[in-house]
Design a protein around this ligand. Structure first.
Ligand code: AMP
Ligand code: TRP
Length: 329
């Protein structure tokens, strides 16, 4: 069975974008692949987080993983910081990454371009840690949203570099980006990605949003003056985004939705999008409540960390021997 691995940062409440672009795919893949899914809590602190909020977001993220359908019997679910081998491999890979490569990473470049202050060294080297996350487990495939593809490509380069410099050690991973829903846009500004760190709070639907609030956000989503439900990302980015949301959640192809809404207004269309979104959120939230009231989370994390640590440890030892920093057999 091929192996698949992915992670999500708990740097805020999980969003509908995370669900469509990442989580729901993980759930679909867990029957087909040996799945590893972790909470990237180390990646998360490359930007300052309020400790109290972080603790809450972390626990919520795990509960939401489970609520969205990740099954601990099928997938190894763990916390990044529980596997210290991962961070150590991260350092060793950082020593095999060039400054120029990290300088080219879009996420970092964007922050520099926006003249953000307080960019940490951790944020700069984070793609090398992400490579370690992937390479420690010999993942064949890495399902990610559009924005993370570049980081997976760096992981490929680092794997190949290491394999060539020393000897075959790492599986070269492949990014997997879904065709529909890889980039869900903000409802209030459909030219921007729907993001956890949405300042206005209007453009982003959180998985734990009250259903009435979620509905309101969809009903007031920015549209256009064209007045027809059509998939045209350039001229109708708002409507196209709603079409992608609806199609990903209902499974109905975009063409078919467009045909059904021919000659109908945006209000009617938005109402149906809101129905579909609320149905999904309602199901997830009911399961989330059950999980929060049980004590399953700790057990899942402990089992997951044990399994993950075993694999990552073996890989780290192999790497350390090849590099020459380990002399014991
Ligand atoms: P992040 O929230 O940035 O840690 O992302 C976690 C995962 O969710 C990554 O695979 C992202 O690419 C994906 N993701 C985040 N936001 C969106 C979005 N608006 N649309 C699609 N996928 C997303
Ligand atoms: N960097 C990813 C993000 O911000 C999260 C992540 C960390 C990840 N390590 C990973 C994703 C390994 C896939 C594989 O969304």
């Amino acid at each position: 069975m091929k192996r698949m691995l992915s992670g999500i940062k708990p740097s805020g409440q999980l969003t509908l974008g995370n669900y469509i672009g990442a989580l729901r795919n993980f759930v679909a893949y867990q029957d087909e692949y040996e799945m590893f899914v972790f909470i990237a809590n180390l990646h998360c602190v490359t930007v300052y987080q309020d400790p109290k909020e972080l603790r809450k977001n972390l626990k919520d993220a795990i509960a939401l993983y489970l609520a969205c359908g990740l099954d601990p019997q099928k997938s190894c679910i763990f916390l990044q910081s529980d596997v210290m081998e991962q961070a150590q491999l991260g350092f060793l890979l950082t020593c095999n990454t060039y400054m120029g490569e990290l300088n080219r990473m879009t996420q970092y470049k964007d922050k520099v371009a926006k003249q953000e202050t307080n960019i940490t060294a951790g944020l700069f080297v984070y793609p090398s840690l992400m490579a370690a996350d992937i390479l420690a487990y010999d993942a064949d495939y890495v399902p990610v949203g559009d924005d993370q593809k570049q980081h997976v490509e760096l992981a490929r380069d680092l794997a190949e570099r290491f394999n060539n410099r020393y000897s075959p050690t790492f599986v070269v991973p492949e990014p997997v980006v879904a065709k529909v829903g890889a980039r869900i846009m903000s409802l209030s500004d459909p030219t921007k990605k729907m993001s956890k760190s949405d300042e206005t709070n209007k453009g982003c639907i959180y998985l734990l949003d009250d259903l009435a609030v979620a509905r309101k956000k969809i009903m007031s989503a920015v549209t256009d003056m064209v007045g027809a439900v059509q998939y045209d990302k350039v001229n109708q980015p708002g409507i196209s985004n709603l079409l992608e949301i609806m199609s990903s959640l209902s499974g109905e192809p975009i063409d078919s939705i467009v045909t059904r809404f021919e000659g109908k207004g945006y209000g009617e269309f938005k109402k149906e999008v809101a129905d579909v979104v609320c149905e999904t959120l309602g199901t997830i939230q009911a399961k989330y409540q059950e999980i929060m009231e049980s004590d399953i989370i700790e057990k899942v994390l402990e089992d997951g960390a044990n399994k993950a640590r075993y694999i990552a440890h073996k890989k780290l030892m192999k790497v350390q021997k090849k590099i020459g920093i380990e002399i014991r057999k």
